[in-house]
Structures are given as structure tokens and as C-alpha cells.
Design a protein around this ligand. Structure first.
Ligand code: GUN
Ligand code: FE
Length: 511
């Protein structure tokens, strides 16, 4: 159940692209998990503490903040009535920021984070990632490993996350159950991989992979017919041709949903690991159901040339995904591609046209020597963008660490790669880590039963309340009167996940 409450503190958040808004000592009203508005704590009646147990009296409505330049006004009639008995969280003096969205990470790789990093991508997969992922065929191992992952994600800075599991359906469902219990909002993908992988971690063929995908999706509450999506004897085409074109037939939601905040996302590992037949089959599921898609794109130079060999007719790696029907678009399903370090201008054009989200993973790209993504170029071209930890190629599950590294590597990019490139500001990196990535969660999809979900990652009115209450007590200084912006920057450079005192996701208290 979402909650309604008043919360007091020093709020700082992005109210639009790359900008910060400060609300020092203010009170926000959250109703049914949604921010309705706020006002300066100066305007609280003197006897507020006494009153709050009875009827709360609110200040005049013109003191309630509006959405700044966006000009949105709060519906005070609706927002400010019936406040009797509301909970009041008094975090006076504490910095409160929106929760982060980790737009790309691998749950099974959490076990070896911070280890086995002295390789580039393709060797690293064989040496580090695949052997560990194979262990998730055991339900018992998966339960133990995923419990630690879910506990740490819950305790950390992310309120939302977009997650790869492994190819194992039952272990993926176990991960989803554990994540559901954390109260966080997540998308989780059973991974598809049917070629170029070791025999101990591969699906036999496209048909088996698609059959398992349908089984997994139906266990998540969809209602798909296996025969519509597995490859027929002719190969590649759905057995029932009508199913592919008829949106409503595959449109999910007829089944019972076992999860309320844990959603499936289609997850072809990357082009080298998926036959064309499998990729096309997944594209068909995405098109018919509206389910989102996640994968990897243009991460490593060796990988990029391999894709050219594997899909010789493609113009580029992005074009290869496009030919498989995996990119989606503004009027279709959404996709998110991790890395995008080596995209050509033509690829950038396609990605922008299709509203594809890019998950910038700076720690991973440094650790595997993949390169540095030109992130400000993507911002300046107004692409959809967020930040991912990419555990375990990224070493830290902390979005605080990952956001600061996004700033740091962008400065190296300018020094060593392109002197005309603009480095990322901390305000921009914070915006990407909160509002930017979170918007991947709001397009109309099956998970919202076809409706547009409310946005998150900001404290603007109408946004779902995802928040972190920070503890700055370890960050001692003799400087006085720091602005909220200075305190936020200092926190992002110096703090870690242990410095989060409280967390809210989708309006619910997590700890
Ligand atoms: N490309 C394909 N699989 C992976 C993975 O597990 N991690 C990273 N960083 N890149 C990949
Ligand atoms: Fe990854």
C-alpha cells in the first residue's frame, strides 16, 4: 500500500534536464505515494506539532511550491484536503534527495563484484561471468546468492533498477520474488542466449529459449500461447500468423499478476549470444505485448567487429538490433541499451529516432577497458539516458559511486579523446542518475495495464515519491552555511551507501 504523509527536511532534486532545485527546510505532502506539493517550514503553524495529531491546518495555498519553470500548479483542492491523522516525518536539517535508478546491472554477477577484472569484455565473459552464472541452475544456490543481492540493493541508494538475471527461468522467478519483498521497483529479465556461449551456459536453440521465455512470462502473469512464439518447423515465423500482427492477442494482463512492483523485461544478452531466429522471436514478443527490452550495444571494439561478422548484412550493431525488431520506438515498446561507447553518428540518429534509452556505465567501461561513452554528446542531442552500475563489470552497486565516476571519466574524455567535448557537470550526472533513468519506468506498458505510470526521480508535483534521507555526520567540515547544492556535491564525492539514513520507494518506507 502506498502511503500518505508529510515529510520535512532540506530537499534537493532535478526539476528538469541537468538542473537542481533547492527547497531548504521545507515540508512535502505525499498522498498515495505521489508528491502533491510542498511549502517552506517557516509557514508551519507554531502549534503544528500539537495539531498534527488532530486536524492539520495548512498555510495559504500560494506558498505551496509549483513546478518552477515547468509552470505546473498543484491541485491544492485535491492535494490538501483530508489530512487528518497523516504521518509526519520530521527530518529537519537532513538532506533529502530522490532515489537513484540503476538502469543496468546483472544480479548473478554480484558474487564476484570487485574481482577478476583484468580482462577485456569477451575474455571477461568467459573467465568471470559465465562460470558464475552457470551456478544459478541450482535453485538453492540462486536463492542464497540472490538473497544477498536483494538485501544489499534494498540497503543501497537505488530505489529502481533494471536487472539481468541468468538464462534460468526458475532462478529468475526466485530473484523476482526476493526483489518484490524489498519494496523497490524493478524490471528483471530472464536472459536469452543460444549461440557462442560455453556448453554449460547456453540454450539449445531459439525454440527452447523462446519456449522458456513464454513459460517465464506466463509465470509473471502474462497469458501467452507458446505456439504463437516458438519457431515453427519452417523456422522463424510464428505458427499462428495472426498472433504476430494482432496486438490484442498477445497483449498481456489477462493473467493474474503475482508481482506488484517487479516487472519482466525481455533480455537478449547481446547480438553475439543470440541467433537471428531467437532475436526475431523476442522482437515479436515485444511488439505484441509491449514488454520492454534490454541488451548491450557497442561496448567493446572487438565485440563491435564480431557483430559485423555475425550479421554481415547489417550497417552497424544498432542496425543489427533494428533488423531483429528489438529497438521499439515512441509508439511501440521501449528498449534500453547498455554502454553505447562506440556508436557512429548514424547509430546515434537511429537510437534517437527510436527513443531508445542508453544506460551509461562508467565504472564498467573503465574496469574492462572498454572506453568512455560520449555522454554529453548524447545529452546535447536530447537522447534518453540514464546511468547503470553494470555489476559485476562495474565494481560497486552504489549509484553514488557510479554517478561521480560518470563525471570523472567525462573529464578524461575531454583531455584524451576529444578536446571539444564538454565534461559532464555533477548536476547533470545527478539528473541522469535520478530523473533521467527513472523515466524508463513510465511509458504505458503492460506493467501499468496500458496506462502511463507517474514519473519518478524528482519531487515535482505528480511524481512518485522515491527518496533517500542522507546522513552527513561523517562529512565533517568547519565551513558554515553550505548551500544544499554544495552539500549534495560533497555527498556524491565523499559518501557511500552506508550514509543513507532512510529510504522511500514508490511512497513506501523501505527503512
Ligand atoms: N555483454 C554481454 N554480456 C555482458 C555482461 O554480462 N556484462 C557486460 N558488461 N557486457 C556484456
Ligand atoms: Fe551488462
Amino acid at each position: 500500500m502506498e502511503q500518505s504523509f508529510l515529510i520535512r527536511g532540506d530537499f534537493i532534486f532535478s526539476d528538469r534536464e541537468g538542473k537542481l532545485k533547492e527547497l531548504p527546510d521545507s515540508v512535502l505532502l505525499v498522498k498515495d505515494g505521489i508528491v502533491c506539493g510542498g511549502f517552506s517550514a517557516d509557514e508551519l503553524p507554531d502549534d503544528f506539532e500539537k495539531l498534527k495529531n488532530g486536524e492539520v491546518h495548512f498555510p495559504e495555498t500560494d506558498s505551496v511550491f509549483s513546478a518552477g519553470d515547468a509552470g505546473q500548479q498543484i491541485d491544492t483542492e485535491q492535494g490538501m484536503t483530508d489530512l487528518r491523522g497523516l504521518a509526519y516525518y520530521n527530518f529537519r536539517g537532513r538532506l533529502i534527495i530522490p532515489g537513484f535508478t540503476d538502469l543496468h546491472l546483472h544480479a548473478p554477477q554480484y558474487a564476484f563484484r570487485g574481482m577478476r577484472m583484468d580482462h577485456e569484455l569477451l575474455e571477461w565473459l568467459n573467465y568471470s561471468a559465465f562460470p558464475e552464472e552457470a551456478r544459478f541452475r541450482s535453485a538453492d544456490y540462486a536463492r542464497k546468492a540472490y538473497r544477498i543481492f536483494a538485501d544489499d540493493l534494498k540497503r543501497g541508494a537505488s530505489t529502481r533498477a533494471v536487472i539481468f538475471a541468468t538464462l534460468h527461468t526458475d532462478a529468475t522467478l526466485e530473484l523476482m520474488r526476493l526483489l518484490e519483498d524489498t519494496g523497490l521497483v524493478t524490471m528483471v529479465g530472464k536472459v536469452n542466449m543460444d549461440r557462442n556461449c560455453p556448453p554449460y551456459l547456453t540454450e539449445k536453440n531459439a525454440e527452447e529459449s523462446l519456449r522458456e521465455t513464454v513459460r517465464w512470462l506466463n509465470a509473471c502473469g502474462l497469458n501467452l500461447k507458446e505456439r504463437d512464439y516458438t519457431c515453427g518447423p519452417a523456422g522463424g515465423e510464428p505458427v499462428s500468423k495472426t498472433a504476430a500482427g494482432k496486438r490484442s492477442s498477445g497483449q498481456a494482463g489477462d493473467g493474474k499478476q503475482p508481482f506488484s512492483r517487479t516487472f519482466p523485461i525481455l533480455t537478449p544478452r547481446f547480438i553475439p549470444a543470440c541467433t537471428d531466429e531467437l532475436s526475431r522471436g523476442l522482437g515479436r514478443i515485444a511488439k505484441n505485448t509491449g514488454l520492454p527490452v534490454q541488451s548491450h550495444l557497442d561496448e567493446n571494439r572487438g565485440e563491435v567487429s564480431w557483430v559485423k561478422e555475425l550479421v554481415p548484412e547489417s550497417e552497424s550493431y544498432t542496425d543489427a538490433y533494428d533488423r531483429m525488431g528489438l529497438l521499439g520506438g515512441p509508439d511501440s515498446f521501449r528498449s534500453v541499451m547498455a554502454h553505447c561507447v562506440w556508436c557512429s553518428d548514424e547509430e546515434i540518429r537511429i537510437l534517437k529516432d527510436r527513443d531508445v534509452f542508453l544506460a551509461h556505465c562508467p565504472t564498467s567501461n573503465s574496469n574492462l577497458g572498454s572506453g568512455i561513452a560520449p555522454v554529453t554528446k548524447y545529452i546535447d542531442r536530447r537522447m534518453k539516458l540514464g546511468i547503470g552500475t553494470d555489476i559485476g563489470a562495474g565494481h560497486a552497486v552504489s549509484m553514488i559511486e557510479t554517478v561521480r565516476q560518470a563525471v570523472q571519466v567525462s573529464k578524461l574524455y575531454r583531455q584524451y579523446i576529444d578536446e571539444n567535448a564538454r565534461p559532464l557537470t555533477m548536476a547533470e550526472a545527478f539528473w541522469l542518475g535520478t530523473m533521467g533513468g527513472a523515466s524508463f519506468f513510465c511509458p504505458p506498458t503492460w506493467m501499468n495495464r496500458g496506462k502511463k505510470a507517474s514519473e519518478s526521480g524528482s519531487f515535482l508535483p505528480g511524481y512518485t515519491f522515491d527518496a533517500l534521507v542522507l546522513d552527513e555526520s561523517q562529512l565533517r567540515t568547519w565551513m558554515e552555511n553550505l548551500t544544499l547544492t554544495e552539500r549534495l556535491e560533497r555527498f556524491l564525492y565523499l559518501a557511500d551507501d552506508r550514509d543513507i539514513a532512510h529510504k522511500f520507494a514508490a511512497g513506501r518506507g523501505i527503512f
